[in-house]
Design a protein around this ligand. Structure first.
Ligand code: APR
Ligand code: ZN
Length: 246
C-alpha cells in the first residue's frame, strides 16, 4: 500500500527494533551513480559490460583494465576532488540508531557513507572500497593509495598486488556478515528497504527472513519485490527521510 510520510513517521515512532536494508539508491543523492537506473553505471558504454569488469575472472585476467574502471567509476567518488558525503538518508539512519530505535544497517553499498554519517552497526554485504589488502602478505592499504597508484597497485612491503575488499561477481559473501544480517532481520519489528532494485542475490534474498508486518519499501522506481511490501513510498529516499522528525 502506498503511504504518506506521516504514516512512515507513525510506523517509525511505534518501532524500537528497526533494520534498514539498502542499496546504491541510498547514495545517489550524495552524487554516486547507482547501477540500474536509466542514468546508472550499467547503462553507460564501455569496452566490456560493467558487470563483466566487476567479476572475479575479469579481475584475475585483466587487472590493468579492472583497475582503470574501478578507479574511474568506483573510487573517484571516494578519493577524487569532490568526495561524496553522507546525505539525509544516511544521517537519519545514524540518528535512529543513536536513539536506540534502529539496530542495524545492512547495505549492498561499498562507499562507507553510512559509517561516515555515524552509523555503528553497518553490515556491508559487498565489502568496502575503504579496505584493501596485499594478496601476498595481507598488508592493508588506504583507498587513496590505490587511487594514486599507476596501473595495478603494488604492495610497498612485498611487491604483491593489492586487492580491494569488495565482493566481485563470482565471489562469495562473508558468512558472518550474512548470518548477522539474517539474525537482525529475523528479530526486527520493522524492516525498511531503500534504494535498491532487489535483483542481486544472495543479498536480495535476505529480506525473506523478515517475519513482521511492517515491511516498508522506499524506492524511486518499482522493484522486483514491490508486491511483498506492507507499505511503500516511491520517491527520493534522502528527500523522504529529511522530512522525518527523528
Ligand atoms: N531514492 C530512492 N531510490 C533511488 C534513488 C533515490 N534517491 N536513486 C536511485 N534509486 C533506486 C533506483 O530506482 C533503483 O531501483 O535505487 C535502485 C538502485 O538499484 P541498483 O542500481 O540495481 O542498485 P542495487 O540494488 O544496490 O544493486 C545491487 O548490484 O551490481 C551489483 O554489487 C552491485 O551492490 C550492487 C548490487
Ligand atoms: Zn605485500
Amino acid at each position: 500500500m502506498e503511504i504518506s510520510i506521516e504514516k512512515l513517521q507513525e510506523l517509525i515512532d511505534g518501532s524500537d527494533n528497526i533494520v534498514f536494508f539498502g542499496g546504491a539508491g541510498v547514495s545517489t543523492e550524495s552524487g554516486i551513480k547507482d547501477f540500474r537506473s536509466v542514468d546508472g553505471l550499467y547503462h553507460m558504454k564501455f569496452k566490456y559490460p560493467p558487470e563483466t569488469m566487476l567479476s572475479h575472472s575479469f579481475y584475475v585476467r585483466h587487472k590493468d583494465e579492472f583497475f582503470d574502471f574501478y578507479k574511474d567509476k568506483l573510487l573517484e567518488c571516494t578519493c577524487g576532488e569532490n568526495p561524496a558525503k553522507p546525505n539525509a538518508a544516511h544521517l537519519a539512519l545514524a540518528k535512529l540508531e543513536e536513539k536506540g530505535k534502529l539496530k542495524a544497517v545492512i547495505t549492498q553499498n561499498i562507499d562507507g557513507l553510512h559509517q561516515a554519517a555515524g552509523s555503528k552497526n553497518v553490515l556491508e554485504l559487498h565489502g568496502s572500497v575503504l579496505r584493501n589488502y596485499c594478496e601476498d602478505c595481507g598488508k592493508s592499504f588506504e583507498a587513496s593509495y590505490l587511487y594514486k597508484a599507476a596501473g595495478v597497485p603494488k604492495c610497498d612491503k612485498c611487491g604483491g598486488d593489492i586487492k580491494p575488499d569488495v565482493v566481485l561477481y563470482e565471489e562469495g559473501l562473508d558468512n558472518s556478515i550474512m548470518s548477522r544480517s539474517v539474525q537482525a532481520i529475523q528479530e526486527a519489528d520493522m524492516l525498511i528497504i531503500g534504494g535498491t532494485s532487489l535483483v542481486v542475490y544472495p543479498a536480495a534474498g535476505l529480506i525473506d527472513y523478515y517475519r513482521g508486518s511492517k515491511l516498508v519499501l522506499i524506492n524511486f522506481d518499482a522493484t522486483a519485490r514491490d508486491s511483498m511490501a506492507d507499505y511503500s513510498i516511491h520517491g527520493k529516499i534522502g528527500e523522504i527521510f529529511s522530512q522525518l522528525k527523528i
